[in-house]
Design a protein around this ligand. Structure first.
Ligand code: HEC
Length: 131
């Protein structure tokens, strides 16, 4: 009798442990950034840098209106220092992701191509390094 009670208790402990483990690992799983922002297929997010990845996208889509010489709305996207100002203000992320409360950019166009946007958001989430 005594022996059986111990076995039952061990079994219950094991079950509780298992349930806690399953619950714990599944909540981690859903917190992962890749799950919240899945990459589009064939979009390579390795080796992203400001100079090689981000600056060329801005050159092609933004600098014609937001160049240093005569910037629309005083917003400048053609160098890191000025770009960092609108990143820190939150308007860069808001504008390119068409979040409510921000003017959607590029102006009067669709969002940037999905992979370009993914790369920019990835870079932003990593602290927008000047690399
Ligand atoms: C055709 C010109 C044009 C292009 C291209 C353009 N913008 Fe703009 N942008 C504007 C104008 C004009 C404004 C002022 C707000 C408005 O009129 O919508 C503005 C505003 C902004 C703002 C401020 C938004 C806010 O709500 O505070 C940001 C940030 C911005 N642009 C970033 C960008 C980025 C990044 C790109 C490229 C992906 C881009 N813009 C492309 C003309 C442009």
């Amino acid at each position: 009798m005594e022996h059986q009670t111990i076995k039952l208790r061990n079994f219950l402990m094991l079950m509780i442990g298992f349930v806690l483990f399953a619950w714990g690992s599944s909540s981690c799983y859903y917190d992962k950034e890749e799950e919240l922002y899945p990459n589009p297929p064939n979009c390579d997010t390795t080796n992203i840098t400001y100079s090689e990845t981000i600056a060329p996208v801005l050159q092609n889509n933004c600098n014609m209106c937001h160049g240093s010489a005569s910037p629309s709305a005083g917003i400048i996207t053609d160098n890191y220092t000025d770009l960092k100002n609108i990143i820190d203000a939150g308007s860069f992320r808001g504008a390119i992701n068409h979040l409510s409360g921000y003017s959607p950019m590029p102006k009067d166009e669709n969002k940037l191509p999905e992979c370009d946007l993914t790369k920019i958001n990835y870079w932003l989430n990593n602290g927008a390094p000047n690399n």
